[in-house]
Design a protein around this ligand. Sequence first.
Ligand code: PEP
Ligand code: MG
Length: 587
Amino acid sequence: MESRTNKEITVQGIAASQGIAYGQIFIYIQSDVEVPSYLVEPEKRIDEVARFDRALVVTRQQISKIKNEVEKNIGPEEAAIFDAHLMVLEDQALIGETIREFEATGRNIETCFNKVSARYIQAFAEIDDAYLRERAGDLRDVAQRVLQNLLGQTEHSLSRLVEKRIVVANDISPSDSASIDRSAALGLVTDSGSKTSHAVIVARSMKVPAVVGVRDLTRRAKDGDWAIVDGYDGIVILHPSESTLFRYGKIQERKKSFEQRMLEANRLPAVTKDGVEVTLMANIEHHEEVGQVKQFRGEGVGLYRTEFLFLNSARMPNEQEQYLAYKSVVETLAPQPVTIRTLDLGGDKPMTGAAGLFPKESNPFMGFRAIRFCLEHVDIFKEQLRAILRASAHGKVRLMYPMISGHEELARANAVLAECMAELRAKGVPFDEKLAVGAMIEIPSAATTADLLARDCAFFSIGTNDLIQYLLAIDRVNDRIAHLYEPTHPAVIRTLKHIVDEAHKRQVPVSVCGEMAGDPVYAPLLLGLGIDGLSMSPAWLPSVKYLVRAMTMADARGLAAEALAQSSPKEIYARCDAFYRARVQVD
Ligand code: PEP
Ligand code: MG
């Protein structure tokens, strides 16, 4: 570790993903540009066109520079993509139409360019040719860059991150985090956000230390500044001194040797000291992550977030494309189960390539997302259901609906599924006739009607990320109120107990796939409450297994009984933490 000359500054945020990172900062300002619209006075119209020309020139220079960097650092093949971007900038039809739009409307050039480029992107996205469809993505990237230059905004993009850096961002959308080169992010720091924002879920899955809610760090830090990210205590230290670096070096050494011990123990089964077997599964977002499930010895997949196949795509992936992605996971893990969740688009995960399907909402988390979207766009839903059913012929698939709010909604989804099954049967396409169908329990109304849902579900999986936000009325991505997002709130604990009791009365197994499941501090509480299985980012499996092997189920039940009798979330947390520390010696 080396130090720099600037004065050390410590900034407090919220600890979101454990670990310590040291390196140089890469500032990222989210690029989804808000385009203002106004009329340009007639005498300024010549300047407006000149402004457009200048933005095109600057954009061209930026892209050429990136192209050279990528060619040097990665290779000519990867750099070739930027030739396609440069070609977009030469496109006379796009440029000419923007100017004609400007002459006709007199609106500022950003508005005209945004309108024309959006039309082009849409047209490309709908073409039935894979190569041309990909051009929609190029066009979108270039259009964003031109707009940023017109508006004088920073031009950083996460996909440009090629060297190992600490990413410091104002915010990171799910599509941003999906585009990040996972091996290049040393640490993650965001001005806003909370522990269950998607970027943090990704950081945790990569074991990348993360601190969120650091307010204005993007303004205080500069590109290239040296920093430490302490994901244990939620601290970022800019320009760390020699003595700070030494202290953190020691901490890191101890944590590393503990990690090593955990990894070695991960070969052993997940059995408590009093002989109770616990099912530990993995959460994945992409079919490529299946290797990690094997590496960390997950007993199958408890949550496959299929929306990530859609998120950064210029258009909806078709049935065949989805089938191939699902099949590859199912085949690789067979005979272990793969729980495929139907689309949970919308909310914090709007689809960039089909923006028209997701109108802007003032309260997206309570809006048009997940099963609500699928039941209105039955064609899209059916394509996915058929793809999942077809994949079920290649191993053990469990199908799961997100955001179910009640029995009627479940029945509607099941009716669509029955139609798909009938269609496949009629065509003689094989699928698993005994496919297990379950629901995520993540809306309070589903929790309170768990008895009704249990009649028609083979399993429940509790999405604590959403359940907590809806139960406590705490937006899960709002850093202003993140301190109120308390997994140990008595309302949460009682609700979990209620779900488990109602499900077990009807022999329905219950697992948890929210972030609580992958946190060894909460895992004993969940198991003590009667949860049958836990599903988490693969990288967290060893930590949770290590704890399971160090505890007895009798003690975990005792912890749950104590928690149910307590009124203070902080006190319950303290007991969970003490339970963990008494069994796992990190230092
Ligand atoms: C949850 O809500 O806990 C969950 C697992 O789903 P997601 O985080 O994808 O909303
Ligand atoms: Mg959810």
